[in-house]
Write a protein that binds this ligand. Structure first.
Ligand SMILES: Cc1cc2nc3c(=O)[nH]c(=O)nc-3n(C[C@H](O)[C@H](O)[C@H](O)COP(=O)(O)OP(=O)(O)OC[C@H]3O[C@@H](n4cnc5c(N)ncnc54)[C@H](O)[C@@H]3O)c2cc1C
Length: 466
């Protein structure tokens, strides 16, 4: 089998790889220097679209419409663009073995790739733990089934989906078409589960969401924030079953899922099941060869790993945050900025120079139905809720501030206009001191808007004095 050598290789062909290619081109990488190896059959695309516009009934998104980097406001990189730049896009090629010490890796069909600088961008994989750990219960189900002569299948039953890539999304679309007006059970109450619940409802499915936590998205939402979304979803006709988990499935004779069995004994009919229980960084290829932290590949603020000439970025990377507690595994919202810093750091290192540290402000957003929220900063400390968070309001608009040691460290806003979202982002970035929590309660969103205005005036004064 052939051995191919490149100056730079990116393993993984997702959001980070596309953004990195764009920055490599900007930084003057020469034709033939960069290769991207991807398991997927298509050029890098905006993965978040898969749970949103890709599933819309009208005005839906399809490739090439959402190739990277349109999601972060950049240009759309079509497959031809990579050709024009002399960037090798090696698609449908899974990397099976990595040898970081030998600066080489091997694809599943046996082709060897050598590199001088490696960028790991393998992203994350769906977490099948919840379903996989059905173990004991499923075993007992098998016994019951044998006794009752019903056919039971595990998580492999047809029409059980884990949405990660475009192939999964196409499978889900087919099922939506085939099961028109059918029943859909969403396992999970997190980020993707909530978006998918809305998308399936828009497609006229009868949707039930099941999750064990007392409210949806507990890692980010307070009980008050969650109460709004749960109320809103209920009003749209989505049933929410909390405090229990899915522990098994039954299937029809044709292998299609038929029922979801819950731990509390309830059984839900289902034509489609979507498991949205989170992801895990895809580090397996590099296990034991590179330092890991919090489940991801540990990097410094320049995305350097513990191995020389090896960098990691995106979902697979754990990099330190200045303003928040956690080491953050990437989100697509930060990818363009992160990859710019990373490629500039690689290029600068080649010339013996350095670049400014990457100072990422944690940012999450989501959209479902006609709702849209943004969050910036850290969700730690006391909270203050403001605005109209009634799920029955014609135009709900509300938010929450997180206050730690007298400073606003995080801010959430539903229904904000672009300039209002900008204002809460500034607040989370500069973390102003607050006199009293009551002041925040009384001023609500105005606190952020006033702060933005005052900062702007201060900047103007500074500029004039200068
Ligand atoms: C359905 C869905 C909805 C989302 N919605 C949002 C959202 O609304 N907002 C948001 O900020 N984020 C969202 N995300 C998360 C966001 O998509 C990720 O943070 C982002 O894609 C991370 O980019 P990445 O390059 O690290 O990984 P990915 O984009 O996942 O790319 C990883 C690539 O590596 C490839 N790969 C993995 N292993 C190998 C291997 N061994 N050999 C070759 N190739 C390999 C994969 O096939 C894939 O192409 C969503 C994710 C999903 C799945």
């Amino acid at each position: 089998m052939a051995v191919r050598s490149f100056k730079y290789v990116i393993v993984g062909g997702g959001v980070s790889a596309g953004c990195a290619a764009r920055e490599f081109a900007k930084q003057g990488a020469k034709p033939g220097e960069l290769a991207i190896t991807s398991k997927e059959a298509v050029a890098p695309y905006e993965r978040p679209a898969l749970s949103k516009a890709y599933l819309f009934k009208e005005g839906f998104a399809r490739l090439p419409g959402f190739h990277v980097c349109v999601g972060s406001g950049g240009e759309r990189l079509l497959p031809e663009w990579y050709k024009e730049q002399g960037i090798e896009l090696i698609l449908s090629t899974e990397i099976a073995k990595a040898d970081l010490a030998g600066k080489a890796f091997v694809s599943a069909p046996g082709e060897t790739f050598k590199y001088q600088t490696l960028l790991i961008a393998t992203g994350s994989t769906v977490c099948k733990r919840t379903v996989a750990s059905l173990g004991t219960f499923m075993e007992s189900m098998h016994v019951i089934i044998k006794l009752t002569a019903f056919k039971v299948q595990r998580a492999e039953a047809k029409n059980i989906f884990y949405l990660r890539d475009i192939v999964d999304a196409d499978g889900l679309l087919e099922a939506i078409k085939a099961k028109k007006n059918g029943k859909c059970v969403i396992v999970g109450g997190g980020y993707i589960a909530l978006v998918l619940g809305a998308a399936l409802k828009i497609n006229y499915l009868d949707v039930t969401m099941v999750y064990p936590e007392p409210w949806c998205m507990p890692r980010l939402f307070t009980a008050d924030i969650a109460a709004f979304y749960e109320g809103y979803y209920s009003n749209k006709g989505i049933r929410i079953v909390k405090g229990t988990v899915a522990v098994g499935f039954t299937a029809h004779d044709n292998g299609e899922v038929k029922e979801v069995h819950l731990k509390d004994g309830r059984v839900l009919e289902a034509d489609i099941v979507i498991v949205g229980v989170g992801g895990r960084p895809l580090t397996a290829l590099f296990k034991g060869q590179v330092e890991e932290e919090k489940g991801g590949i540990k990097t410094d603020t320049f995305f350097k790993t513990s191995v020389p000439d090896v960098y990691a970025v995106g979902d697979v990377a754990s990099f330190p945050l200045k303003r928040a507690r956690c080491l953050c595994c990437g989100l697509s919202t930060s990818t363009m900025l992160a990859t710019s810093v990373l490629i500039q750091a690689i290029k600068a290192a080649e010339e013996g120079k350095t670049v400014e540290e990457y100072d990422y402000l944690p940012y999450f957003y989501s959209r479902s139905f006609d709702l849209s929220w943004q969050f910036y900063g850290d969700n730690v400390g006391d909270t203050v809720l403001f605005g109209d968070n009634s799920p029955t309001s014609a135009k709900p608009k509300f938010g929450t501030y997180w206050i730690k040691e007298g400073k606003v460290v995080g801010a959430f806003l539903e229904g904000g206009a672009p300039e209002e979202n900008k204002a809460i982002a500034k607040l989370a970035k500069f973390q102003p001191q607050v006199e009293t929590v009551d002041q925040l309660k009384a001023e609500g969103l105005n606190f952020a808007i006033k702060y933005e205005a005052v900062k702007f005036v201060k900047l103007l004064v500074y500029y004039r004095c200068d």
